[in-house]
Design a binder for this molecule. Structure first.
Ligand code: SAH
Ligand code: SF4
Length: 416
């Protein structure tokens, strides 16, 4: 006989019963099972808990009807909470893009919010290459029952997208840090500096909050995921990869529909090269300049890891059949958008020997950033030159510029 009832041990915080505890959302199957076993519960309870959080997207312990009532009561009295990140505000663009201010439940008061974006239809540029030869799968409307289950459940749900589904595929863009330390001169997120790393639960939770809002049917709807929001994922490597594993193993998303973008953090790329190929996203490198001189000016990180070092590290990433590396290239008016730059980029990509494509992004303006947008003619000419040189290249359509949701515009701009 125990003198005291078993307490569910906290893995992250040794808080008193009833006090604040770090969220359960983000714990993987193994951690959940340790937690429940240490509380004297059978291991299968952890599966029920995981199922409730990651597949059913429940947000309160009290809603998990597969768990016995006394266990739910005990967890609540000890201060446990699912603590999934929540959409605190949503801004809607004329093009259907939505930008969200996501609020985290953790105890860290600093950096309580980050941003994520939903882009219905996308522009195809983010789609996984392994899908590129497949025509779009038809997507049926959500069943009335599926919708009815959700009505009234979530007060912040969009009234537009879940009643009549007005998308057939979509891209979700999420943040890996609050702010960013990399200081690219053209990026609005850089202005925040780095406030903190997000945890695996906070990264994966952005995705689940958005899947839930749009009633996405995992495994059936075509939804791409890009780690291209605020922050540098490879400077928060462990949490970023733990989030990927959660999203793949627990939530059921395919890593072939995910792309991570890095400014070229060589140690991160080297670690990425060691990951199991079927458990990692596609890789995109923010090249953004044709040579080290221009790149170091607009991306100070280039002084630490110049282009050749980055490419050397990328060569170590074993690619899946038909997989390509993406080079992202932001066109800055007069700075990186000239024809000679395009020829230099073509040479650089060819010499890299990588199976690669180039995504061209016209620079998105932001307050306090002294660059100019490239002319539409310069973008088209740049693209044409790359294609003539035999380099697969795509022009990315800017999404949600009017609500500061486009690439490089995420800065928690709450005022509209
Ligand atoms: N930190 C990572 C991922 C987030 S940024 C990285 O830099 O790769 C995602 C992409 O947006 C990067 O390719 C970056 O170069 C681009 N970007 C940043 N600011 C931009 C802006 N103002 N306009 C267009 N693209 C921008
Ligand atoms: Fe950070 Fe990426 Fe912005 Fe550079 S472009 S400051 S790495 S978020």
């Amino acid at each position: 006989m125990r003198e005291k009832p078993a307490q569910l041990v906290s893995l992250d915080a040794a808080d008193a019963p009833g006090g604040f505890r770090e969220p359960l959302f983000g714990l993987d199957a193994e951690s959940l099972s340790k937690l429940l076993i240490s509380a004297g519960e059978p291991a299968f309870r952890s599966k029920q808990l995981a199922e409730a959080m990651y597949r059913q997207w429940l947000r309160e312990i009290s809603e998990i009807t597969t768990l016995p009532v006394p266990l739910r009561a005990k967890m609540a009295s000890e201060g446990w909470q699912i603590g999934r990140p929540a959409i605190a505000r949503a801004f809607q663009s004329v093009d259907g893009t939505e930008r969200y201010l996501i609020e985290f439940a953790g105890s860290d008061a600093k950096g309580k919010t980050a941003e994520a974006v939903w882009m219905p239809e996308g522009d195809g540029g983010e789609a996984g290459d392994e899908d590129r030869d497949q025509p779009g799968q038809p997507v049926a409307s959500p069943s009335p029952q599926h919708l009815a289950e959700r009505v009234g459940e979530h007060n912040l749900r969009s009234s537009l997208n879940h009643e009549t589904r007005d998308w057939s595929r979509a891209t979700i863009c999420i943040s890996s840090q609050v702010g960013c330390a990399v200081n690219c001169q053209f990026c609005l997120t850089a202005k925040l500096g780095l406030q903190r790393n997000l945890t695996a639960g906070e990264i994966a939770g952005q995705v689940v909050a958005i899947l839930d809002r749009h009633a996405v049917r995992v495994g059936r709807d075509r939804v791409n995921l890009v780690f291209m929001g605020m922050g540098e994922p490879f400077l928060n490597y462990d949490n970023f990869m733990a989030a990927v594993r959660l999203l793949v193993r627990e939530v059921g998303l395919s890593p072939r529909r995910m792309t991570v973008s890095t400014s070229g953090i060589v140690p991160g790329i080297e670690r990425f090269a060691q990951e199991q190929p079927d458990l990692r996203p596609h890789l995109a490198i923010s090249l953004n300049a044709p040579n080290d001189t221009i790149r170091a000016e607009i991306m100070p990180i280039n002084r630490k890891w110049p282009i050749n070092e980055v490419i050397k590290a990328v060569r170590r990433v074993p690619l899946r059949p038909r997989e390509r590396i993406t080079f992202e290239y932001v066109l800055l008016g007069g700075v990186t958008d000239r024809p000679e730059h395009a020829r230099e980029v073509a040479r650089l990509v060819r010499r890299s020997g990588l199976s690669a494509k180039v995504n061209l992004i016209a620079w998105n303006p932001g307050p306090g950033i002294a660059y100019t947008m490239p002319s539409p003619e310069a973008v088209v000419a740049f693209h044409k030159l790359l294609v003539e040189e035999g380099i697969p290249a795509y022009i990315r359509q800017p999404r949600g510029r009017d609500i500061f949701a486009a690439c490089g515009q995420l800065k928690r701009t709450v005022e509209e």
